[in-house]
Design a protein around this ligand. Structure first.
Ligand code: PEP
Ligand code: MG
Length: 760
């Protein structure tokens, strides 16, 4: 008899052989055809099963047990099932079949160079038209099978498992002929993940559906506790187009599942191993390569189980199946809110965002009281600063006593897409903890109403968004939202504020970490944050802005008081470019540059370019550019923009044009400094007007000068997100790109398209 009649090597079969070797073996073979490593092993064939049934002469007895079966009669079904399984497992393996199995096993042992290797024996049914899910778990799996005697026994039990009670009922009720289904067995070396690691992966981000990444979960030992959520695994995110590692998150990994007495047990992981990643960077990238290859081959996202075999010190894919459950990414939807119920108004102020939200009031004096805030509460506070971002993320709406349209609270709320009312004057005194309220920002004036009122949300899905000449980009600093926003049809990101990443992902002053010898912590967290935003919008440009904390904000970072002077006017103090070349800060600037260099070179995200904020003079610009070159970011290798946010940037636009590749207008600071109005001043708020002639003329002049020097101009201040006519003005002035907060991106795109249509 031909060697392949009863069994075949797994890497000798493919999807086309599922009739001959069953779905499971065929699928593993298919993976092997892609050069994806599968644990070495073989499969028995359907012919082997037929031969077994035929030669043992038990077919008739099986038939008579099945004749007249009534699946409703559970007791009878159980007895008949039991008898059929015994008929199969008690029979003697025909000699020719047995010797073929032994030969194959011995050949596997020789190949592995292990005596009596332990194998797993699994069922691989040939009934292709049975949905896999309903068949899963119906047949047996035998683990840690060693030696030929045990192997032959397991094969027989595997054959018998074609007649579990559930399988019988399934075939009866779905009108499948019992004889049409055959059982092959997949026999593979036991994956020794207990000596190494294992886990799962998805070929997209399961939370947002973002498709350009592979998300891997990894822990030590066998994978079961990871799947069950008992062990907190590491998490790695790999960017498919460059195979660069975007994020590595260390999991708890306090326990691992290992073998004991033929079974398994959970044991503690030594502390030093808990603090290490379960996979090396090379392994992570290798795994991501296989994942992408499998996904490309099957042309659909995959959910994959994998392990590292500690015996062989090699990575293996154990199973790949289509991924079905994932969150929907935010698409092209315009939401319009309107109130449908009324109640007494308690307070009003400046409305930020166009939404409505309701919930229980939570008044906080200090961001450290964050634990008191439940998801969905209405956060009420005097004012926010970067330390408040984690609390703000939990809130469904934000109400502050102070602050203006470009205050921290306003900027962050806009970016988070939660409604906020700023400058209410006395919200912290007027609103009481626990009170149900509604925050209405559906009109220009933000209003807080008593009780949770009904409101309507209209969603308009905009298909076929037009391409525009003037680019529309996002203002986005929160890496956590990047993947969810990746599907917005924008031309990248025009402002990614470093401050967002540092406050939410580092928390420490960079000089403090340098003093402690923990600079990697800073570089690593910053690199991850930038890379996530860069990956989300690749290959569109992401303009990352170097640090622009003010001294009062830096002081609030852990250890910050040691390094930051107390200034009377932090808004016009030691901020932006002036810090970078200062001896007292230069080392921290080096870390920023290093994070960016790694994103571009190590992760391969060369769509991330850079912007220098608050650059008072061209001489400052020169010094910063020189330092960047020294710290691994030579200006000739990438675009470096300067913010146009000081009157000096406008007046000397010709000279800044010689140094920088483009401008991005910071209308917030430009208005503050042109009109001499403190952005945060409550009294002067009515005078803070980005549409004032002095500001708009400055913008017009800048665009003209910059264009005459072939330099593009964008805008990343808040004016176009908050003043609809502003977009129109900028288009008339021939601006090159407009950055807006995510909630108004689609509307802005439509406005731009309409303008361009009219204009052409
Ligand atoms: C601006 O000044 O307009 C700007 C975008 O920068 P920031 O608001 O961060 O100062
Ligand atoms: Mg600014």
């Amino acid at each position: 008899m031909e060697a392949n009649t009863f069994s075949r090597w797994l890497d000798d079969v493919s999807s086309a052989d599922s009739g001959a070797v069953g779905g499971k073996s065929a699928n593993l073979g298919e993976l092997a055809t892609l050069d994806v490593p599968v644990l070495p092993g073989f499969t028995t064939t359907a012919t082997a099963y037929e031969y077994y049934i035929e030669q043992t002469g038990i077919q008739e007895a099986i038939d008579s047990e099945l004749a007249g079966l009534d699946v409703e009669d559970v007791a009878d079904l159980q007895q008949r099932g039991e008898r059929i399984r015994s008929l199969i497992s008690d029979a003697e393996m025909p000699a020719e079949l047995a010797s073929a199995m032994v030969d194959r096993y011995d050949a596997l042992a020789a190949q592995l160079e292990i005596d009596d290797p332990e194998v797993a024996v699994r069922s691989s049914a040939t009934a292709e038209d049975l949905p896999d899910a309903s068949f899963a778990g119906q047949q047996e799996t035998f683990l840690n099978v060693a030696g030929t005697t045990e192997l032959l026994e397991s094969l027989k039990y595997c054959f018998a498992s074609l007649f579990t009670d559930r399988a019988i009922v399934y075939r009866e009720t779905n009108d499948f002929d019992h004889l049409d289904v055959k059982l092959a067995c997949t026999v593979q070396k036991m994956g020794r993940a207990d000596l190494a690691s294992s886990g799962v992966l998805f070929t997209l981000d399961p939370d947002t559906g973002f498709e350009n990444v592979v998300v891997i979960e990894a822990a030590y030992g066998f994978g079961e506790p990871v799947v069950q959520g008992v062990v907190d695994p590491d998490r790695y995110v790999v960017f498919k187009p460059t195979n660069g590692i975007v994020e590595k998150e260390l999991g708890g990994k306090t326990q691992r599942m290992v073998r004991r007495n033929g079974g398994t047990k959970l044991e503690s992981v030594p502390d030093e191993d808990q603090d290490e990643f379960a996979l090396s960077d090379d392994r992570i990238r290798e795994l991501a390569t296989y994942a992408t290859r499998i996904e490309d081959h099957f042309d659909t996202p995959q959910d994959i189980e994998w392990l590292v075999d500690g015996d062989l010190d090699e990575l293996f894919v154990v199973q790949a199946r289509p991924e079905t459950v994932h969150g929907a990414a935010e698409g092209n939807v315009i939401r319009t809110y309107s109130m449908t119920e009324s109640a007494d108004e308690i307070l009003d102020g400046i409305a930020i965002g166009n939404a409505v939200a309701s919930g229980a009031v939570r008044v906080l004096q200090d961001h450290r009281e964050m634990d008191r805030v439940e998801d969905g509460d209405i956060l009420v506070t005097e004012m926010t600063d970067p330390d408040w971002v984690p609390v703000m993320k939990k809130a469904s709406a934000i109400v502050t006593d102070r602050g203006g349209k470009t205050s921290h609270a306003a900027i962050v709320s806009r970016e988070l897409g939660v409604p906020a009312i700023v400058r209410t004057g006395n919200a912290t005194a007027t609103l009481s903890n626990g009170d149900p309220v509604t925050v209405d920002c559906s009109t220009d004036i933000g209003r807080v109403y008593e009780s949770e009122l009904e409101y309507e949300v209209r969603e308009e899905v905009v298909d076929d968004l037009p391409e525009t000449d003037t680019e529309v980009k996002l203002i986005l600093g929160d890496p956590a939202r990047a993947f969810a926003l990746a599907n917005l049809p924008v031309d990248g990101v025009g402002l990614a504020r470093e401050e967002f990443i540092v406050t939410s992902h580092v928390g420490y002053h960079p000089l403090e970490l340098l003093e402690r010898g923990e600079e990697e912590r800073f570089v690593d967290a910053l690199q991850t944050g930038i890379a996530k935003i860069g990956a989300a919008f690749y290959p569109d440009d992401v303009l990352f802005r170097l640090s622009d904390f003010k001294t009062d904000e830096y002081r609030n970072l852990e250890g910050g008081w040691k390094y930051e002077p107390e200034e009377d006017n932090p808004m016009i103090g030691w901020r932006g470019a002036s810090r970078y070349y200062d001896e007292a800060f230069r080392e921290a600037f080096r870390l920023e540059c290093e994070a960016l260099r790694r994103v571009r070179e190590d992760v391969g995200l060369d769509n991330v370019t850079v912007m220098v904020p608050f650059c008072r003079t061209p001489e400052e610009g020169e010094r910063v550019l020189e330092l960047m070159a020294e710290y691994g970011l030579p200006p000739e290798e990438m675009d470096v923009y300067v913010m146009a946010e000081l009157p000096s940037n406008i007046v000397l636009a010709d000279r800044f044009s010689e140094l920088f590749d483009g401008f991005s207008i910071g209308s917030n600071d430009l208005t503050q400094l042109t009109l001499g109005v403190d952005r945060n001043s409550e009294q002067l708020a009515p005078l803070f007007d980005e549409a004032d002639d002095s500001v708009t003329r400055s913008i017009s002049s800048l665009i003209e000068t910059a264009h005459s020097h072939d330099r593009p101009v964008g805008i990343c201040g808040d004016a176009p997100s908050t003043i609809p006519e502003y977009v129109e003005f900028l288009l008339e002035e021939d601006i090159d790109s407009i950055s807006v907060s995510p909630d108004v991106a689609i509307e802005t795109l439509l406005t731009v398209a309409e303008f361009e249509d009219r204009d052409s």
